[in-house]
Design a binder for this molecule. Structure first.
Ligand SMILES: Cc1cc2nc3c(=O)[nH]c(=O)nc-3n(C[C@H](O)[C@H](O)[C@H](O)COP(=O)(O)OP(=O)(O)OC[C@H]3O[C@@H](n4cnc5c(N)ncnc54)[C@H](O)[C@@H]3O)c2cc1C
Length: 377
């Protein structure tokens, strides 16, 4: 019996679990290692913050999915890896040996420059911590009657988070009692076309989100920008750049220049044939692309196919990631902005489109019959 370890319950591994549930792989023991019993879908988080979704609509329950797939679920975090000995280290469950390993553990948020904000700092990752922090923020804002939130990071997530925060807090407290800023040190929506940048700037202005240029450092009362301006904030939301888990550096696996796992055309490690990766943890050296959920989702079927091939002693099949991807940015109320190549559009219809896509994606991972929805928590 060979052992396949699925480390992390990210987007790509959700697909692998579904594939295994449809057709088990004979002679293979599959183990899923995840610190949480559910996978929160980031694409729906801004809609949840804004009050359009309940959290359970935005989460896939991992334990029932694993059970339906005949996969052993180990609730734990991978804390290290010895690629030469083929052993995964876990925080509490000891070492797990593998024949084949697949990593889909996502990325961490690098918020070291904001550390001085202390208890005011709320990182977007891990999402399990973020959702608790956001609910606390709402409760504290209701008690105080005012809220000042600063979001740091001008990428798609930062824009969506700032607009969702403004919409929800203004609904809770009244617009006059809410201050939301977005600090976009590296510019607004890098990598997107000028039309989308203009449209996003106009939307932020329309919703009274203060867009600030400059790099921010955390302070005990909020933020200090590199132009000397200070921003008082009850909460500093970090949507800054991503970085890999620190233990990847000592794993023995070949890493790309960005420190993430270097993989080739079949999502296979560049140094160890029995290791595969998909989603944000992987960097394609032959076809670099942005770290986004779109690519993580697309890697799912590739991993399912190539893991099975590896276990059968076959070489992986190549996969060419798409050049561009569609972004649908939620803007607070039930509206969204569409970014596709250089094109920009938006409105209520774009939200309905995004809502349809997101709900359809999540419906694939509804708890199987006989498994209560409570297991999502
Ligand atoms: C607010 C927000 C909105 C976004 N919206 C979009 C969008 O609309 N479109 C888009 O394309 N992208 C979007 N993104 C980016 C997107 O979230 C990521 O690119 C995507 O989540 C990457 O998927 P993944 O499977 O690699 O990792 P994740 O979704 O992060 O999943 C990783 C999983 O691994 C688990 N894990 C982590 N560490 C360990 C460990 N040590 N051991 C075991 N398991 C571990 C985690 O608990 C998690 O379940 C958004 C991001 C944010 C923050």
């Amino acid at each position: 019996m060979k052992r396949l370890i699925l480390a992390g319950g990210g987007h790509a591994h959700l697909h692998v679990l579904k594939s295994l549930a449809r057709q088990p792989w004979p002679g293979v023991e599959v183990v899923l290692v995840s610190p949480w019993r559910r996978q929160i879908y980031s694409g729906m988080v801004p809609g949840w913050m804004a009050g359009h979704y309940r959290l359970e609509q935005c989460a896939a329950a991992l334990a029932p999915l694993a059970r339906a797939a005949g996969v052993r679920f180990v609730q734990d975090a991978v804390s290290g890896l010895d690629a030469w000995r083929r052993v995964v280290r876990t925080a509490n469950s000891g070492d797990l040996a593998y024949d084949t390993l697949s990593l889909d553990i996502g990325a961490e948020v690098d918020c070291s420059c904001l550390a001085a904000s202390g208890a005011r700092l709320l990182s977007i990752r891990p999402l399990e911590h973020f959702v608790v922090g956001w609910e606390r923020l709402i409760a504290a804002a209701r008690a105080r009657g005012t809220a000042a939130v600063a979001v740091v990071g001008g990428g798609a997530a930062g824009v969506e988070l700032a607009l969702a925060a403004r919409y929800r807090l203004a609904g809770e407290l009244g617009a006059a009692h809410v201050q939301v800023s977005l600090v976009a040190g590296g510019g607004l929506l890098p990598g997107h076309g000028q039309r989308i940048v203009d449209r996003a700037s106009a939307t932020l202005a329309e919703h009274a989100v203060d867009l600030l240029a400059g790099y921010a450092a955390g302070t005990p009362t909020g933020l200090l920008l590199d132009n000397g301006r200070t921003i008082a904030a009850d909460c500093v939301i970090a949507a800054t750049g991503v970085r890999p888990a620190a233990w990847l550096a000592t794993s023995g696996l070949a890493l790309a220049d960005d420190g993430f796992l270097a993989v080739g055309s079949g999502q296979q490690s560049q140094s160890h044939d029995e290791v595969f990766a998909g989603g944000d943890v992987a960097s394609r050296v032959d076809a670099p692309h942005a770290k986004s959920g779109v690519y993580a989702v697309r890697a799912g079927p590739v991993l399912a196919g190539n893991l099975q091939r590896q276990l059968q002693g076959l070489p992986p099949l190549a996969y060419q990631p798409q050049q561009r991807s569609l972004y649908l940015l939620a803007t607070g109320p039930r509206q969204a902005i569409v970014s596709w190549g250089g094109l920009a559009a938006g409105g209520a219809w774009a939200w309905r489109w995004k809502d349809w896509i997101d709900r359809r994606f999540m419906s694939q991972y509804d708890s199987p019959p006989g498994h209560p929805q409570e297991e999502r928590a």
